[in-house]
Structure formats: C-alpha cells, structure tokens
Design a binder for this molecule. Structure first.
Ligand code: GLU
Length: 301
C-alpha cells in the first residue's frame, strides 16, 4: 500500500467507527441549535379527512421516515440517537403546522429501496429523505412539495483525474443506493459503467475511500456533504446531470394529508423558516440558499 492508500484506509475506518459510535471517534458535526428556527405549533389544527393524521393524533406523535447517514440532510447522532439536518427540519416544520410538537416527532431510518413499502404499510406517517418525485413512484405513494431541487452528480477521490461526468464511467466501477433514481439513470443511460449497489451511500463512500469503487453517484446535495466532511480525500466533479425534485412521501390515497403538507411547506417558505433551516443545515456544505421550487399541488386521482 502507498502512503495515501494507507491514510485513506485509516480514514475509512475512522468514518466507519464514527458511524458505529465507538469511543474516540470524532463527534458528528451538526447544526448549531441556536441557528435553527423555532416552529410554532398550530394547536388548533384539525384534519378529520386524513386517516394518517387521525391515527397520529390518537397515538400522540408523528412517525417520520428519514435517512441517518447523509451529512447536513439526515444524520443520526450515534451517541444520542438524535436526528439532524435539512430533511429533519422539513419534517419538524411540517409537523408543527399539522399540530404536532416537533420535539415529539419519532424518526425511523428507512433506506431508499424500502420507502414505498414503509409508506404503504403504515410503518411511518410520512417520509422526508432526499426523496425524488417521479411518475413511477407516484403510482405507489403521494408527494407533497417539491421543497428543494437537487441534481445527480459524481463523487471521486481527490487523486482521480479521469472522471468528470457520467460519460467517463465506461469500464469504471460506480456505486449507488439500490432503488434510487441515480442508480436507475446510470443503468439505463450509461450501460458501459460497472454498477455496484448498496443499501446506503455511506457504504458506497467507504468503498470509494478503500479503492473498491471508482466513483459514487447520487444527488449533489448528498455528495457535497460527504466531500465537505473529508475535503482532502473526496471531491464532487462535473455538473449535475438530472433534476431531482425532493418531495414528502405520503400514503397515496391520503390527499387531505398531502394538501395539508403542501400548505405547511408554503407557509414555512413564506415566513422565512425554510431559509433559516436551510442556512443552518444544508447551507453548511457550501451552497447558498436557492429559491425553493414551486409547490406542485397535483389533483387527486
Ligand atoms: N433523490 C434520489 C432518489 O430519491 C437519490 C437519493 C436517495 O436515494 O435518497 O432516489
């Protein structure tokens, strides 16, 4: 092993043990609590037409599906079990508008490939985790939003000079999450690439750091977070080559819930909480707050 390889392998181990919460691992850097908005809970809110809302009200708290290994988006502190990030704030602000105290929201980690089933089975009330709205998924679940527009990109090691876009992936190994739109796009449009799938992007990143794969592909938001945490080892290259509008996944037949979450997003975008939440979380990976995309209130079907 060369010196860089040894250093990278050591870093991968450090990241892995951080994920496992071992002693001596660096703390997970999250948003500063005082920079986060304080959401006003709408205690008089009622949504009798929504079976999901009624069930949650009876239970006394919301159960929200999320990611736990995506820096600045959805991260779980291994020591405390507390979730943080932009998606987590989106979940908390919409919860407050629906009449639930954001501090009581229970998050459940659900991988990309399992989101539709988790929503359909009622394992979660809704899902907030870099979830692209598209027509295929709309056959299975409903989407409030979009609340952010991401784009597919590539993450490589800083010593890589031959990959600058998906056209350079022929014969190279590229890793993505099973069931994700970036995985599907490489499979369909770049068949010369050697595709590898895992449940999560953090496993892909560990494989990149240890020279098992040549690149990781998913949304720029996610990749910029990993690069920001290991700037000497990792870089995001090229331009985004897709549009990934992020939605909140709800049960397909619960239109009342979908429209209520649309209203909640719109209200939080108007009163400045969306931007404040962005600046305190995803903004930390280096991209200034864009204007949120227009909410797509598509008709019930
Ligand atoms: N936004 C893409 C998707 O929904 C990739 C990110 C993810 O897997 O969560 O498939």
């Amino acid at each position: 092993m060369t010196r860089t390889r040894r250093a990278l392998a050591a870093l991968a181990l450090a990241l892995l043990s951080a994920a496992c919460g071992k002693e001596g691992s660096p703390p997970v850097k999250g948003p500063e609590p005082e920079a986060l908005p304080v959401y006003r809970v709408d205690t008089s809110f009622r949504l009798p037409d929504s079976p999901t809302w009624n069930r949650a009200k009876q239970r006394g708290y919301l159960v929200v599906g999320a990611k736990e290994d995506q820096p600045y988006l959805g991260e779980k502190d291994p020591a405390t079990g507390v979730y943080s990030g932009f998606d987590i704030e989106i979940a908390r602000m919409t919860a407050a508008s629906l009449g639930f105290d954001p501090a009581t929201v229970r998050f459940r980690t659900i991988a990309s490939a399992n989101r539709e089933t988790a929503i359909q089975n009622g394992q979660i009330d809704y899902y907030v985790g870099t979830y692209t709205i598209n027509d295929n998924r709309k056959k299975l679940v409903g989407f409030a939003g979009p609340y952010y527009m991401a784009g597919q990109s590539l993450l490589v090691r800083t010593d890589e000079n031959d990959i600058d876009g998906p056209q350079d992936l022929a014969g190279r190994t590229v890793c993505s999450a099973a069931g994700s739109t970036p995985y599907q796009r490489i499979e369909a449009d770049y068949p010369q690439a050697v595709l590898v799938a895992y449940d999560t992007y953090s496993i892909c990143v560990d494989n990149l750091l240890t020279f098992q794969v040549d690149a990781v592909t998913t949304d720029d938001t996610i990749l910029l977070g990993y690069a920001a945490k290991a700037p000497d080892e990792l870089k995001v290259v090229g331009k985004p080559f897709s549009q990934e509008p992020y939605g909140i996944g709800v049960p397909r037949s619960d239109n009342a819930l979908r429209f209520a979450v649309d209203d909640a997003l719109e209200a939080n975008e108007k009163d400045g909480d969306w931007k404040k939440a962005y600046d305190a979380t995803l903004g930390l990976s280096g991209v200034p707050a864009p204007r949120p995309p227009a909410i797509d209130r598509y008709p019930a079907s």
